[in-house]
Design a protein around this ligand. Structure first.
Ligand SMILES: *[C@@H]1O[C@H](CO)[C@@H](O)[C@H](O)[C@H]1NC(C)=O
Ligand SMILES: *[C@@H]1O[C@H](CO)[C@@H](O)[C@H](O)[C@H]1NC(C)=O
Ligand SMILES: *[C@@H]1O[C@H](CO)[C@@H](O)[C@H](O)[C@H]1NC(C)=O
Ligand SMILES: *[C@@H]1O[C@H](CO)[C@@H](O)[C@H](O)[C@H]1NC(C)=O
Length: 268
């Protein structure tokens, strides 16, 4: 029994409110290793249309700094996305079936046929993170500025014009969540920025219902609404988080990608 499994057992009795399956539990959950020996897998995203996971990892001893991997969760087939420079970030427009990939010189679209990325004329900036919610939101490296690509035009997110933001997410109620080195904040419908907590966040994600989740180095949380946050589970060494179409948590450690398969026997 590995250490991760043991930790999961210790959290016995937790349930997942806020989900399709209210009574899924961690009690008999399994941890499955999806990929190993990738340094610092980061910015995980799942395309629920094809059940494909995307993540980036750091290259050592190479001119390029980052690469993006696609991994088909149906058959574990994986490979590196070609045609993108410094591939680092990913997000999915589920409705229009578009997988966006962010690199060191802008934003690309993934082509499932060729497993390559085609550059889109959106920005020349180096992309740090992306989040799709009706429109394409993204942050750029170094400057920590948040942008939105809407109706063919990329512009700074108005509500975050005067603040640094390295990570961004938007919920079903148009609340804009963002993180910088000072913590987690929300710009809600009052259009004021509120401090949620001093979390050191490494990733935002959403499930297929649009509920927002985030991870820190040792915990996964969900955002109930506005400034209300709920801890879901404690794990060792989390670097990034995504949620598959069944609600399982896919997370990365410093050199692996794993899936926490929830026990759904008590779901009705
Ligand atoms: C991972 O790397 C270690 C150390 O280099 C090696 O022993 C192991 O075989 C690798 N595993 C896989 C699945 O590549
Ligand atoms: C790319 O976008 C810019 C700014 O919107 C525009 O001026 C330019 O014509 C576009 N280039 C192409 C090749 O579409
Ligand atoms: C993070 O954002 C908050 C809210 O806008 C701001 O007060 C804080 O100064 C920012 N932190 C940094 C390091 O810029
Ligand atoms: C979850 O379990 C509780 C207590 O056993 C039960 O009352 C409730 O109906 C269950 N919810 C679902 C969606 O199955």
């Amino acid at each position: 029994m590995n250490l991760f499994f043991y930790i999961v057992l210790l959290t016995l009795g937790q349930t997942l409110g806020n989900r399709n399956c209210e009574n899924a539990s961690f009690k008999n959950s399994e941890i499955e290793t999806l990929a190993i020996n990738f340094t610092m897998p980061y910015q995980l995203a799942v395309d629920p249309n094809t059940n494909t996971l995307f993540f980036s990892y750091s290259l050592q001893n190479s001119e390029e700094s980052f690469k993006i991997v696609y991994l088909d969760l149906n058959n574990q087939k994986r490979g590196e996305v070609t045609g993108i420079s410094g591939g680092f970030a990913q997000t999915v427009d589920v409705k229009n079936r578009v997988v966006y990939l962010g690199g060191s010189d802008g934003i690309y679209q993934f082509d499932y046929e060729t497993k390559s990325a085609n550059r889109l004329n959106i920005t020349k900036n180096s992309i740090w993170q992306m989040f799709f919610k009706e429109y394409l939101y993204y942050t750029i490296s170094l400057n920590e500025e948040a942008y939105v690509y809407k109706d063919g035009v990329a512009a700074k997110v108005k509500q975050l014009e005067n603040t640094r933001a390295s990570l961004i997410a938007v919920d079903n109620n148009h609340n804009i969540y963002f993180a910088n080195s000072s913590g987690l904040y929300v710009n809600d419908n009052d259009n004021a920025i509120k401090h949620i907590g001093d979390y050191i966040i490494n990733g935002f994600t959403s499930d297929i219902n649009g509920n927002i989740f985030f991870s820190t180095l040792d915990k996964i949380y969900s955002i109930i609404s506005g400034t209300s946050v709920k801890q879901i589970i404690e794990l060792n060494d989390i670097h990034g988080l995504a949620i598959d179409a069944k609600g399982n948590y896919i997370y990365s450690t410093y050199n692996t990608v794993k899936r926490l398969k929830l026990d759904v026997t008590n779901c009705s």
